[in-house]
Design a protein around this ligand. Structure first.
Ligand code: SF4
Ligand code: SF4
Length: 300
């Protein structure tokens, strides 16, 4: 399995780059998949996209946490995200940068291809959409997919979607980038920035989406209209909570798709069975088997 993680900003075409790479892999006889992950969906916001390539059918559907290759469409992301996080030992990097690889500080020292993809994109397609330029650089450092297949995939994908001329211009961007890419080793002195995340403590556990609204620190945290859908009627198994085993890790609360787990001060947790659809996710994620799924529609 060969896995590529793309880091870009909304509007740079990271998703199309992942799709074109996957299509190129298929042209080479591989199985492949490509999909995006969006945060706040707006132009300029950090975006990730993923491509998996294998000789066999691919059944994994998760994001890519330990890529073989990182493709960075915007160098400034290194200052705000732990972009190099999880890169496999022996992994490689392609980066849109005006610097040579030796001057790029990624936080890990690895083989690196750098190319001024923004200038090439402005020169060829007259817009700072660097996705096809960066694929040319990919072909320079990685031989799993030859440039010719990448160019064909670009022609197919961009030609179909944006017209033949767009396919030609984007192919030209990739070809130019291939010629201008510099391959070397990047530096690993930078400390990776820490990923920002919100993790409530047990005492801050807010209500789930199916539970009544509460006001926390003056902010209304409410269920919207989810309370109208009694998803509990779907249930064929019911989660039973074993309080004495619970270590209060909150994994079940985070994972419940219906938000029907809430906290009681004395009894730790309670389930709102009107909304529990019996999917069993809470039991699956519990690290100490404090939830067991019992066949049938029950309430405890
Ligand atoms: S089985 Fe667990 S995860 Fe699934 S809806 Fe019920 S409480 Fe939530
Ligand atoms: S996942 Fe298990 S241990 Fe963690 S809070 Fe839920 S029931 Fe308790």
């Amino acid at each position: 399995m060969y896995e590529v993680r793309f880091h870009g900003r909304g509007g740079q075409g990271a998703v199309m780059a992942a799709q074109a790479l996957a299509e190129a892999a298929v042209l080479e006889g591989y199985y492949a998949q490509a999909f995006p992950y969006f945060g706040a969906e707006r132009r300029g916001a950090p975006v990730r996209a993923f491509a998996r390539i294998d000789e066999d059918k691919i059944s994994i559907k998760s994001q890519i946490y330990e890529p073989d290759m990182l493709v960075i469409l915007d160098e400034s992301l290194l200052d705000i995200e732990p972009v190099a996080e999880g890169l496999r030992s022996g992994g490689k990097v392609v980066i849109n940068s005006t610097k040579t690889p030796e001057k790029v500080d990624l936080g890990v020292e690895v083989d690196c291809a750098s190319v001024d993809a923004t200038s090439i994109a402005l020169e060829t397609i007259k817009a700072p959409i660097v996705n096809t330029s960066i694929l040319g650089a990919f072909a320079k450092i990685e031989d799993i997919i030859p440039l010719e297949s990448i160019l064909n995939a670009i022609m197919n994908r961009f030609g179909e979607k944006l017209g033949h001329q767009a396919g030609v211009m984007n192919s030209e961007a990739a070809r130019l980038a291939y010629e201008r890419t510099v391959v070397g080793r990047c530096r690993g002195t930078r400390k990776l920035v820490e990923r920002m995340q919100w993790l409530p403590t047990w005492d801050e556990l807010p209500p789930g989406t199916a539970l009544p609204a509460k006001t926390i620190d003056g902010v209304d945290v409410g269920p919207g209209s989810a309370w109208q859908n009694f998803t509990g009627t779907w249930r064929t198994s019911s989660p039973r909570y074993l309080k004495e085993k619970c270590i209060r890790c909150l994994r079940c609360w985070f994972s419940c798709p219906e938000g029907c787990i809430d906290r009681l001060d004395d009894d730790y947790e309670k389930w709102d069975y009107r909304y529990c659809k019996g999917c069993g996710i809470c039991a699956d994620v519990c690290p100490v088997q404090a939830i067991e799924m019992i066949r049938g529609v029950h309430e405890w």
